[in-house]
Ligand binder design. Structure first.
Ligand code: IPM
Ligand code: MG
Length: 357
């Protein structure tokens, strides 16, 4: 039995509600497969911590986290703290400080879930967005001057480095290689004539290493339309930080709910811990009502297990999720049901038990 030391950061809003559910599933599946045991340390970082201490996380937070095998993260952000402070105080320092340069986000239309797109069957939508996660539009480079004056100016510079672009694109090719071998380069090099022409060139260069890949270069605006019109045509999509951000909300939406969308912030070299978190964020509007959909967080647990090499346990979680959505009796209101958060988890655990027999 393998033993993993997990840093759990429930964070803000519904992050706190769904994290507990994800942990329940991880523990149960560990028992069912007998493959692993998790040891958790909880960190109360987030907006409440900020209001008490003036910091989003401990000063030596990265030093503390570095010792863990993996990080399981709920959500960050609450109306009590400006978003740019909460984000730049917790999630971004972890992603950037730990070189989690891959943000991997699957979009899969689950059984029993209705896509807002017409006539889509389970599995018709099945692609992964690989989002650059440490630089690009999120680099933080820039500034503001002459505040309040008519000549006030704000500059926010996208940063694209050869190392940064090569490594994300190579990862995306490798992922495509393990799937249907189709890779779309999300770009906008017609307008972004310096940074994204550079990106496109690197896409072609790295592609020499993957002669079997079928590639396409698609402008981000046309690609957004294609996500709606022909999502079946997508397998792996690689894009910059901001493009990936936008595309993955779209990906979540066409698969029926953001409450289903999972995400991993990955350091493929494993020099630092990777971090798994749902796409949905803290959802202050539904926080405290017990109706948050735990499936995205539970799916993140499956991604985390797969990353740790626990494929059998990861598959068991996914099969249990599919069984529950397929059955359609334990669904939260975002999916048209009336189940409470823990009831969905209970159903997934019950299915997991049945499937593990
Ligand atoms: C996401 C979120 C974040 C992002 C927000 C909370 C800043 O939208 O993880 O996609 O833009 O990266
Ligand atoms: Mg987003």
């Amino acid at each position: 039995m393998r033993d993993y030391h997990v840093a759990v950061i429930p964070g803000d809003g519904i992050g706190q509600e769904v994290t507990a559910e994800g942990v329940r599933v991880l523990d149960e599946v560990g028992k069912l497969t007998g493959a692993y045991k998790m040891r958790y340390d909880y960190f109360p970082w987030g907006c409440e911590y900020y209001l008490k201490t003036g910091r989003m996380m401990a000063d030596d937070g990265l030093k503390i986290l570095k010792e863990f095998d993996i990080i399981y993260f709920g959500a960050v952000g609450f109306p009590s703290v400006p978003d740019h402070i909460s984000l730049r105080g917790l999630r971004l320092p972890i992603c950037q400080g730990f070189e989690q340069y891959v943000c991997q986000r699957p979009s899969y239309l689950l059984p029993g879930i209705k896509s807002p797109l017409a006539d889509k069957k389970p599995g018709d939508i099945d692609f992964v967005v690989v989002r650059e996660n440490t630089e690009g539009e999120y680099s933080g480079a820039g500034g503001r001057a002459h505040r309040g004056l008519p000549i006030e100016v704000a500059v926010e510079t996208s940063v694209f480095t050869r190392t940064g672009v090569e490594r994300i694109i190579r990862y995306a090719y490798q992922l495509a290689q393990s799937r249907r071998k189709k890779l779309v380069n999300a770009t906008k090099s017609n307008a972004q004539q310096h940074s994204l022409t550079f990106w496109d060139e690197i896409f072609v260069e790295v592609g020499q290493e993957f002669p079997e890949a079928q590639t396409e270069r698609v402008l981000i605006d046309a690609l957004s339309a294609r996500f709606v019109l022909r999502p079946e045509s997508l397998d792996v999509v690689v894009g910059s930080n901001l493009f990936g951000d936008i595309l993955t909300d779209l990906g979540g939406a066409i698969c029926g709910s953001l409450g289903l969308a999972a995400s991993g912030n990955i350091n493929p070299e494993r020099a630092y811990p990777s971090m798994f978190e749902p796409v949905h964020g803290s959802a202050p509007d539904i926080f405290g009502k017990g109706i948050a959909n735990p499936i995205a967080m539970i799916w993140c647990g499956a991604m985390m297990l797969e990353f740790l090499g626990e494929k059998q346990s990861a598959d068991l979680i996914l099969r249990a999720i599919k069984a529950v959505t397929g059955e359609g009796t334990a669904l939260t209101p975002d999916l048209g049901g009336s189940a409470k958060t823990p009831e969905v988890t209970d159903a997934i655990i019950a299915q997991g038990r049945g499937l593990a027999k």
